[in-house]
Write a protein that binds this ligand. Structure first.
Ligand code: DQA
Length: 146
């Protein structure tokens, strides 16, 4: 059995469905998990899906993915724009890492324009709502099958 693809979610994403639906849509994080699990399954992959509001727990998950995972899809949420700890954690592991966002941060407030996580990731998919996760997953699967 191949290693799982880790899908790691940052702060406030547990509130999807009710959180600013005009920006983030009406689907919940559980809906996203179900969609990703099904998409991965059709390609013969398993996912390990998690969410935390705590920066250090996200660092722990990235480290765990480095040991036990095949690839990382990460929506770091607000830590995207602040976290050198996440940047360092991604740099420290030897697995593909793809950053995803539901919204398009570059088209929003100026403080969202910088992503420390982009600077450590292989690629970024943003602005497509829940489809950003599916596109990120597809990119990871293509990299793993290549
Ligand atoms: C987000 C974008 C971030 O700027 C924001 O802080 C989030 C969600 C997104 O998925 O669009 O919490 O990562």
């Amino acid at each position: 059995m191949s290693k799982p693809i880790y899908i790691i979610n940052g702060p406030n994403l547990n509130l999807l469905g009710t959180r600013e639906p005009e920006i983030y849509g009406s689907q919940t994080l559980t809906d996203i998990e179900d969609m990703c699990r099904e998409a991965a399954r059709t390609h013969g992959f398993k996912i390990e899906f998690s969410q935390s509001n705590i920066e250090g727990e996200l660092v722990d998950k990235i480290q765990e993915a480095g040991e036990k995972g095949a690839a990382i899809i990460i929506n770091p949420a607000a830590f995207t724009h602040t976290s050198i700890a996440l940047y360092d954690a991604i740099k420290a592991v030897d697995v593909h890492c793809i950053e995803v966002h539901l919204s398009q941060p570059a088209a929003r407030e100026s403080f969202r324009r910088r992503s420390f996580v982009s600077e450590a990731s292989q690629g970024t998919i943003s602005g497509f709502g829940v489809k950003s996760y599916l596109l990120g997953l597809q990119a990871a699967i293509d990299l793993l099958k290549a």
